[in-house]
Design a protein around this ligand. Sequence first.
Ligand code: FPP
Length: 226
Amino acid sequence: MESLKHVAIIMDGNGRWAQKQRKERTVGHYFGSENVREIALKALDLGIEAITLYAFSTENWKRPQKEIDYLMKLPAVFFERFLKELNEKGIQIRTIGDLSMMPEKTRKVMENAVEKTKDNKALVLNFALNYGSRDEIVRATRKIIQDGLTEITEEVFESYLDTATMPAVDLLIRTGGDKRLSNYLLWQLAYAELIFVDEEWPQFGPEQFESCIEAYHKRQRRFGGL
Ligand code: FPP
């Protein structure tokens, strides 16, 4: 059986899910954030070490201001409801992405969750916020230049990425039917297994998550070897 430490997820389809029910797109994001809790608890159950969720991309700033405002408020709503429980269950909250561009309130909410849970060991629940893979690679390169490095190996480069302290991504799941990577973890997904499902994120439940994990375990990873 292939080892599985780190699952990355593109939580797509919130807006479409809501619109199908004649609700506002933001309603989809609300139920999507509830599903984050469900999937995190399932991942914990399954003994996965880390999940990294695409919560807001560098391209999402192009959305209508009302939707952006809502998405910026969602972490506060989410952690108000679930931080205590997640903390008690030993879940460690982390973030990747350029949080310096987020509204201060949103950044503080995230920093507080990270700080409160930093010693937890059961599961890393990592939120990608204002994250874009190209942006991450450019930021890493800038830091390497600032540090005056001349000897650059893959290991050195990797240590400058936002995911430096995380295990390699083994599996990417994208919900919502589209089959693309949307500037997500391009370096980290080099050898990951990819699973695309049609269900929109709010209706992608823990059982289906478990089925994806089972499907992953049936695959044979060769990492370019035989
Ligand atoms: C993509 O669906 C989803 C997002 C841009 C936001 C995802 C965010 C969450 C589920 C909440 C995260 C929770 C916290 C606590 C930060 P879409 O709107 O692009 O869906 P569509 O393709 O149907 O339009």
